[in-house]
Design a protein around this ligand. Structure first.
Ligand code: AMP
Ligand code: ZN
Length: 499
């Protein structure tokens, strides 16, 4: 893209509660950190929404010419049940129930996460560090915080001293929470007797005999507190102060509030310049969440195997559905909304196909038409620059679709200059493919298996039409035995998935 970055981007910073102009610390390398998944179960569609939001942010920054170092961690230790400071490690618990090694759980769900992200066409981050790979650095950071007098040890565990920290800092600056309210909220919980103050949080926990995920430290055989890994890995790879930190809204407190406190305590600087929080994907009006079971899994959508769904949806349709909402708005999942997104997605793809095929008739700059197209192309950028407003960018793309369809009827682009025609093509394709991260589903149809499957699906359809159910069932069953599932939709089409 542009050699010189002309775009002024405004980002809503959760810390100030305002949109602020994005001025990176180092304009040659933007640092972005996003809290990754805790790998003890399959990622649900809500998790995917947050990761796809930051994939879009990463893509857009790159598209307008920034180099970005994007770090997204894998939480593979230290995240306890109920996001608390007491209780079993989420991964260890799953390992105990399934009678597996914790690292087998970590591996299985990391692989699942990567597969899901790939199916959504998400770009891999520049670095994907793990908590267990950074135990030494976590111990180092605890030492530093203790040396500054802002953490204390009790019975082999180390806690962050929130009250002491608050003498010079504002614990609650991100979440807006007040210390007294927090104290009242935490007092009823058990198991906090070790802490000097119930609002203190764990940096290191001594492991009980049953706790299998444990490491040696100067204080005990134990494990790091959940908030520490992100402070350690972000500062290690992006510096003590970096540009963008992202995650879902639910991570604002305590996770990100604690990250700010740890960063300031150890490095005497606020670690992050722009805090970005994505809003929640809801299902039946309630937050999609692993703990309540109110979830939809990506593979259920791709196969259509969930009672909420009338049919299967391609990952690109689901991605488009997510991009149609602003990342700071809640988004409610419904089959109807997905169907509408499918139509919209197909319209966009059809417009690109048309654009590729249309011939161009040489023209002078046409005041009305050239100006209109240039204006719409600029608007796409203007909306993206305004806190990554993908829904308004998409609405603008649809205005361009109307223009393209008029050209299609005429058979050629005959009333704009070549320069504008090129701008139209570049902007449209750039926004759809590079920024929104969509791919044409037809790519998928180009493999040799797709051709064979089309033949088999049509044979089965013909067999059904001639009431030869023996043959139609045979085709379905034998494909199933070979690991290929056919899925009939209510609209009469048939798709397939491979097990
Ligand atoms: P977890 O693996 O639970 O730590 O979550 C991974 C990411 O998904 C975090 O950034 C969460 O904030 C985010 N997340 C969890 N539930 C939802 C949801 N329903 N909608 C959007 N993001 C979510
Ligand atoms: Zn984190």
């Amino acid at each position: 893209m542009a050699d010189e970055i002309a775009n002024k981007i405004f980002i809503y910073n959760s810390l100030s509660g305002k949109k602020e102009e994005f001025i990176p610390i180092n304009k040659n390398l933007v640092g972005m950190y996003v809290c990754g998944p805790t790998v003890y179960s399959n990622v649900h569609l809500g998790n995917c929404r947050t990761f796809l939001t930051f994939d879009m942010v990463y893509r857009y920054l790159k598209y307008i010419g920034y180099q970005v170092r994007y770090v997204r961690n894998i939480t593979d230790a230290g995240h306890l049940e109920n996001d608390a400071d007491e209780g079993e490690d989420k991964i260890a618990k799953k390992a105990r129930i399934e009678q597996l090694e914790p690292m087998e759980i970590v591996q299985a769900y990391t692989v699942d996460f990567h597969n899901v992200m790939r199916s959504f066409n998400a770009l891999p981050p520049s670095i994907e560090p793990t908590a267990t790979g950074h135990i030494i650095e976590q111990i180092e950071m605890i030492r530093t915080i203790m040396d500054k007098g802002l953490a204390y040890e009790v019975n082999g565990s180390v806690y962050f001293d929130v009250k002491k920290y608050s003498e010079k800092n504002n614990y609650g600056e991100l979440s807006g929470r007040k210390l007294d309210e927090l104290r009242e909220g935490t007092r009823e919980l058990d198991g906090q007797s070790e802490k000097r103050d119930p609002i203190d949080f764990a940096l290191w926990k001594k492991a009980s005999d049953q706790h299998i995920m444990r490491w040696q430290s100067p204080w005990s055989d134990g494990f790091p507190g959940w908030h520490l890994e992100c402070s350690v890995m972000s500062s290690k790879y992006l510096g003590d102060q970096f540009d963008i930190h992202g995650g879902g809204m639910d991570l604002k407190f305590p996770h990100h509030e604690c990250e700010i406190a740890q960063g300031k305590a150890s490095n005497e600087t606020s670690p992050v310049n722009y805090w970005m929080h994505g809003n929640m994907l809801t299902l039946n009006g309630k937050r999609m969440s692993k703990s309540t079971g109110n979830t939809l899994l990506p593979h259920e959508l791709f196969s259509g195997e969930n009672e909420l769904l009338e049919k299967a949806y391609h990952p690109m349709v689901v991605r488009f559905f997510m991009m149609q909402a602003h990342y700071r708005s809640t988004l409610d999942f419904s089959s109807e909304a997905l169907s509408a997104s499918e139509k919209g997605y197909q319209k966009l793809m059809a417009a690109i196909e048309t654009l590729d095929k249309l011939s161009f008739t040489q023209n002078e700059f046409n005041d009305a038409e050239d100006t209109a197209i240039v204006g719409l192309c600029e608007q796409c950028f203007a909306f993206m620059n305004d806190d990554f407003n993908t829904p308004r960018t998409i609405a603008t793309l649809f205005e361009l679709v109307s223009k393209i369809n008029v050209y299609a009827k005429k058979g050629s682009i005959d009333n704009i200059s070549e320069k504008t025609s090129n701008l139209l093509s570049e902007t449209f394709r750039g926004m759809v493919f590079d920024v929104l991260g969509l791919k044409d589903i037809q790519d998928r149809k180009q493999g040799p298996l797709d051709g064979v499957m089309d033949i088999l699906i049509n044979l089965r359809k013909e067999a059904k039409l001639s009431r030869n159910f023996e043959l139609s069932d045979k085709i379905r069953d034998e494909l199933s035995a070979a690991g290929i599932q056919l899925k009939d939709s209510r609209d009469g089409t048939t798709d397939y998935t491979i097990n």
